[in-house]
Design a protein around this ligand. Structure first.
Ligand code: SAM
Length: 272
């Protein structure tokens, strides 16, 4: 086909297809385990949406399903449709960044299919996201991938939520930072490599291996599991005094419930 005919046809096709596939979605932070973490803005967002998308991950599925049900029963005044879906598990065998990239591709495909098939023209969708959507959550990154794929003209708004970090600080009744000092938020995997030299207070999330065991025993730890829920467990003290206890309590809780979510704050010892 001559280029003079092909180019306008391509533009027409892209215009029609793009217009047909416009989707608008709210990414809603629902808090870190307590339905009362729901903000007025989050409640309003749920009630604005026609379809609520609820991701399920791993072993905590049942408990998260219960929380979502409680949130819907308490706060939903509209007849929004609920769509549950499973998020695939990330492949652990390849290098970390590589495995995250291919996991994001897989999740983007699922989201794109959901948005195309479950959300009608002019309807508003909402994704219910654990804690706050900006903290160790890939929904926004995945949405940007979908936009880059170009099949859906996707628009989204982000509604902030109470994160596990805020729930931890409130439960222990501690400010996160020392006066005039910085805080660093990191993962157990990173902490296991080294204690960040420049940070005074370090928040650790996504730690499956008790990385705190490698840290100087003089440091203080404020540890919390299942924060905001009726199973909440809190332990704090000098690492040398409480490290073994946390490891034991953590293992017992995980065996009992089949899953665990824990977060902690580490503070370097004060220099005299
Ligand atoms: C994938 S990240 C999601 C964080 C979430 N977006 C937030 O704002 O809290 C999951 C990690 O958050 C932490 N986490 C989330 N909810 C928690 C809770 N209720 N109690 C303790 N830690 C929690 C754990 O470190 C867990 O491994």
């Amino acid at each position: 086909m001559p280029i003079a005919i092909f180019a306008p046809l391509l533009h027409l096709w892209l215009y029609c297809y793009g217009a047909a596939m416009k989707r608008k979605v709210l990414i809603v932070g629902i808090g870190a385990g307590n339905p009362e973490h729901m903000t007025a803005q989050a409640i309003d967002a749920l009630n604005r949406a026609d379809v609520l998308f609820i991701p399920h991950k791993g072993a905590e599925k049942q408990d998260l399903a219960r929380l979502r049900q409680e949130i819907c029963e308490r706060f939903l005044r509209s007849d929004s449709r609920l769509v549950d879906f499973d998020v695939p598990v990330r492949e652990q065998s390849t290098a970390y960044r590589e495995s995250v990239a291919s996991w994001h591709d897989a999740v983007a495909d699922i989201y794109e299919r959901l948005l195309s098939s479950e959300l009608g023209d002019g309807e508003l969708g909402a994704f219910l996201i654990w804690g706050d959507p900006s903290l160790y959550d890939s929904t926004m990154r995945v949405f940007e991938r979908i936009r880059a794929m170009g099949k859906i003209a996707l628009e989204y708004e982000v509604i902030p939520g109470i994160s596990a970090v805020q729930a931890l600080a409130a439960a222990h009744k501690i400010p996160l930072n020392r006066i005039g000092e910085s805080i660093l938020v990191t993962t157990g995997r990173r902490l296991a490599e080294d204690f960040p030299a420049a940070a005074d207070s370090v928040i650790v999330m996504l730690d499956g291996d008790c990385a705190f065991k490698k840290v100087d025993g003089d440091a203080e730890i404020y540890w919390g599991a299942y924060l905001g829920t009726s199973d909440e467990i809190l332990i704090s003290g000098r690492l040398r005094d409480v490290s073994d206890e946390i490891e034991r309590v953590r293992e017992e809780a995980r065996a009992r419930k089949g899953w665990i979510m824990d977060t902690y704050l580490l503070r370097k010892p004060v220099k005299s």
